[in-house]
Design a protein around this ligand. Structure first.
Ligand SMILES: N[C@@H](CCC(=O)N[C@@H](CS)C(=O)NCC(=O)O)C(=O)O
Length: 214
C-alpha cells in the first residue's frame, strides 16, 4: 500500500499528490496535525534532517523530498513512468529545480517572515522575495507556453503548487500573459483541482492573507 504523510494546505504535499493523482495510484493520506501525534512522530523520524513533509511510505520503502517521491513513483510503478520520461528527464529535472528553488522557496521566504513576526515583519526581506519572484516570472514567461501540454510530468507537479501560492505573494503581472495562462491551465487540471479543493478549508492559515480568488 502507498501511504503519504502531509497536510492538505502544504505546497510540497500537493506536488507529491498531483503525481499520485496523475498516475491514478491509490494512496492512504496521513494527516499531519496535533490530532495525529503518531503521524507527526513518523515525519519527525523520516522526513530528513529537518523532519519535513511530504513523506511517502511505499510498502515499507520510505522516501522524503517531493521530487524524490516522484522519482520513486516513476521508477517503481509502471503507470507513473510518464512523470519522468527517460528521453527528457534531464531537462525536466532542471525545470523542477527552478520551480522549487526559485519560485516555491522564494515565495516561502515572504511567508516565513510573516510567521516569524506577524505584527512587524521585515518588509525589506519580503520586498526582496517579491522582487526575486518578478525576476523568475520574467524568466519563465518565454518558456511557459510549452509547459502543461499533454501528459503531466515532474515539472507540472512542481509548477502547480509553486505558481498557485507564489501568485498569492506576488501576483503574476499583465506583462507575463503566458505564465498567467500556464497557472490557469494547471489549476484547471483535475489532479490539481483535487488539491485546491482539499486545501480550501485551511486558507485562513495563509499568513499573508489568502486573496479572494482561485
Ligand atoms: N525540499 C522539501 C521541502 C519540504 C517542505 O518544506 N515542507 C514543508 C511543508 S510545505 C514543511 O515540512 N514544513 C514544516 C517544517 O518546515 O517544519 C521537499 O521538496 O519535499
Amino acid at each position: 500500500m502507498i501511504e503519504l504523510y502531509g497536510h492538505p494546505f502544504s505546497s510540497y504535499t500537493w506536488k507529491a499528490q498531483i503525481a499520485l493523482h496523475a498516475a491514478d495510484l491509490d494512496y492512504k493520506f496521513h494527516m499531519l496535525d496535533p490530532g495525529h501525534p503518531d503521524n507527526l512522530a513518523f515525519v519527525a523520524e523520516n522526513g530528513g534532517p529537518f523532519g519535513k513533509f511530504p513523506v511517502l511510505d511505499d510498502a515499507g520503502t520510505v522516501v522524503f523530498e517531493a521530487t524524490s517521491i516522484i522519482e520513486h513513483l516513476a521508477a517503481h510503478h509502471q503507470q507513473a513512468s510518464g512523470l519522468l520520461p527517460s528521453g527528457r528527464a534531464e531537462k525536466l529535472r532542471q525545470m523542477d529545480r527552478v520551480f522549487d528553488n526559485y519560485v516555491m522557496n522564494v515565495m516561502q521566504v515572504a511567508v516565513d517572515e510573516q510567521i516569524r513576526s506577524p505584527d512587524a515583519p521585515d518588509k525589506a526581506r519580503q520586498d526582496e522575495a517579491r522582487e526575486k519572484l518578478r525576476r523568475v516570472y520574467a524568466w519563465l514567461e518565454p518558456r511557459a507556453d510549452a509547459l502543461c501540454r499533454g501528459r503531466l510530468t515532474l515539472v507540472e507537479c512542481a509548477a502547480a503548487p509553486a505558481l498557485f501560492y507564489a501568485d498569492w505573494v506576488e501576483e503574476i503581472g499583465a506583462n507575463c500573459p503566458d505564465l498567467r495562462a500556464l497557472r490557469a491551465r494547471l489549476l484547471s487540471l483535475p489532479e490539481v483541482v483535487r488539491c485546491v479543493d482539499a486545501a480550501y478549508p485551511y486558507r485562513h492559515l495563509f499568513p499573508l492573507g489568502a486573496p479572494d480568488r482561485d
